[in-house]
Design a protein around this ligand. Structure first.
Ligand SMILES: [Zn+2]
Length: 263
């Protein structure tokens, strides 16, 4: 039986197909990495001679730029104080009673691992890293770094009261902000090392497509979430038999589409 994550993946895939969004780059299979059997290890060469090196040690990921055999830049320097890059091994070995376990992990470690382990995500004092197979993935890394500088208090508030519509509006803004931060860091790294970390993309259109696909994915997830509220209400009232299967609420004004409406 498909679990929640599979159901979500299926919906995202169907919606991407419907809208002609190329989802193939984001839907790669990486089960071995997510389950901690495959370790993080990647070296990518820039045309200017530098190397991007990704590795892991005891559940912590390390990302650097190497020039003439020396590390000239470490991505940890971009993180706020106290943050670290975590690999699947970190979450596998983490104990619920551990002082540095995030609140959501303590509440339900199984669910947390399923949703976060080996998946690009920024949380409380950590960035969970996904599998790295090309220079393009550096942008995913910088995007999460961008999220680490946000103050998601307003988002949490919306989540706490179950206002999924407001939650979608706020996360749409936060996603845009995180991409803007990522592109600022691209410039910073270029100035510091000479390497253009956007080299994994053919041109500006290629990068644009990558960002838009990512944003569309968030929009599809928000559709599921906002529709979930309606579904719950219907179940609560037990009138679903009258209306049949509840329909999905499509969102067309957030994330990759226009700005959220002004209040
Ligand atoms: Zn994001």
């Amino acid at each position: 039986m498909p679990d929640g994550a599979d159901h979500q993946q299926e919906y995202i895939r169907d919606r991407a197909k419907e809208e002609g969004v190329d989802f193939s780059g984001l839907s790669k299979k990486d089960r071995g990495f997510r389950e901690g059997r495959e370790k993080l290890r990647f070296n990518g060469q820039f045309s200017t001679g530098e190397t991007f090196a990704a590795s892991e040690n005891k559940g912590e990921a390390n990302f650097g730029i190497i020039k003439d055999g020396k590390e000239v830049f470490n991505f940890k320097d971009l993180l706020p104080e106290g943050y670290k890059f975590t690999t699947p091994e970190h979450w596998i070995n983490l104990d619920e009673s551990s002082a540095d376990a995030p609140f959501d992990f303590k509440t339900d470690p199984t669910k947390f691992r399923q949703e976060v382990q080996g998946i690009w995500q920024c949380g409380d004092k950590f960035i969970s890293v996904g599998k790295i197979t090309s220079l393009q993935d550096i942008v995913a890394l910088l995007h999460e770094v961008g999220h680490s500088r946000e103050n998601p208090a307003e988002l949490r508030q919306a989540q706490d009261i179950g206002d999924t519509k407001r939650e979608a509006e706020i996360s749409s803004q936060l996603e845009r902000k995180a991409w803007a931060e990522a592109l600022r860091d691209v410039r910073k790294i270029k100035e510091a090392t000479g390497a253009n970390v956007l080299e994994g993309f053919q041109d500006a259109d290629d990068l644009d497509k990558y960002i838009n696909t990512n944003m569309a994915t968030h929009r599809y997830m928000a559709e599921l979430k906002t529709s979930g509220t309606i579904r719950n209400v219907l179940q609560m009232l037990d009138i679903k038999t009258i209306f049949g299967t509840p329909t999905i609420n499509k969102i067309d004004n957030l994330f990759d589409k226009k700005k959220p409406p002004k209040k």
